[in-house]
Design a protein around this ligand. Sequence first.
Ligand code: PMT
Length: 403
Amino acid sequence: MDQNQESRLLLGIGGGISAYKSVDLVRRLKERGFDVRVVMTHAATTLVTPLTFQAVSGHPVRTTLLDATAEAGMSHIELARWADWLLIAPATADLMARLAAGIADDLLTTLALATEAPLCLAPAMNQHMWRHPATQENLHILRERGARILGPAEGDQACGDVGPGRMLEPIEIAEAMRPVTVHQLTGARILLTAGPTREPLDPVRYLSNRSSGRMGYALASALGSLGAEVVLVSGPTALAQPRIAELIQVETALDMRAAVMTQVSSCDIFVATAAVADYRPAESAGRKIKKDADELVLRLVRNPDILAEVADLASPPFTVGFAAETDDLERHALAKLTAKGLDMIAANQVGGAQGGFERDDNALTVFWKDGRRDLPLMSKTRLAQTLAELIAERYRGRHAAST
Ligand code: PMT
């Protein structure tokens, strides 16, 4: 992404009385360099006219999914792809419920499902609605999926109540959007490995592990959202390509090493989330191994350690490793940080009931030479966003120190 390029922000307006404040929000966002396009729910159009938002945003406002004329211009899928950010303000209790349930019964909720852009919500509703367990559960679901929640504030409400549920002021929302949208990694090229490797025994069997690729793919997306050009070298997974510059698919550890070594010289940061097989069969049979013998002994040979090799290059990129441990997490992770000469290592507990392989959530403890940060159990999407920001912070810190 170009450093001077505006952040493309899709602003969803829900049917809450504070929709009128979002007119000012558009202005505030534009002042901060956002290119804003507005989508309104039907209820919102009964409170403020689309023409008002068209006038302040400078773009036509979309209100319905089945609008043949609008679809002929920028279709809803193109609009979903266009957005760097989806901000919904006001986010009513009903909208939050529909988003949490994955319902796509109007243009805004359809876009929320179709876009890969991070979701930010500025809730606005009556205090009892906000406190209701249903709303709080929906809030929890949305947060766990990685949504960023801005507010609500406490105070006088339009209905006469006093309590939590007021939408934040437009200037507060616009200011809150700024830090997350600064393209902290613009201009950086990042090489990332993800997923398992498969080490063939014969044409139909292989040795592998439980990595689903979810952690690595989420991190690739999050780093891309910070403006980096991301190249992902992935072992076999069932995941769709995230919105990144390039996906290189590989099968074995040796293939992964070859792809990494071809790309690494043009990269500023290397992140190794892949669960690379440490050993491969010494021989891979040309034909399916028959089950004639009662016992079969496999001889395994060591695979190259890709991460250690990258960190050992004459001028290595900023290098981030992962450590998957079943016990003594801190000691093993710190040993890997030092032994492999890494800039950072993100350690996770695997093999237990929580986090790690094949799950949607995870917890990490990140170590560097003289610091650490604990990232508690949360969705891999949200965890990846936090880790991406930490990587950006540490990378920029090292960069600034060396220039
Ligand atoms: O894919 P998911 O299901 O979402 O699960 C995520 C995960 C558990 C796989 C991920 O969070 C994780 O921990 N990845 C690293 C797994 C691993 O192989 O850890 P390790 O401690 O064995 O290896 C240490 C580091 O060296 C890792 O960065 C690994 O990528 C790298 N390595 C290891 C061996 C090797 N031959 N080459 C390497 O580059």
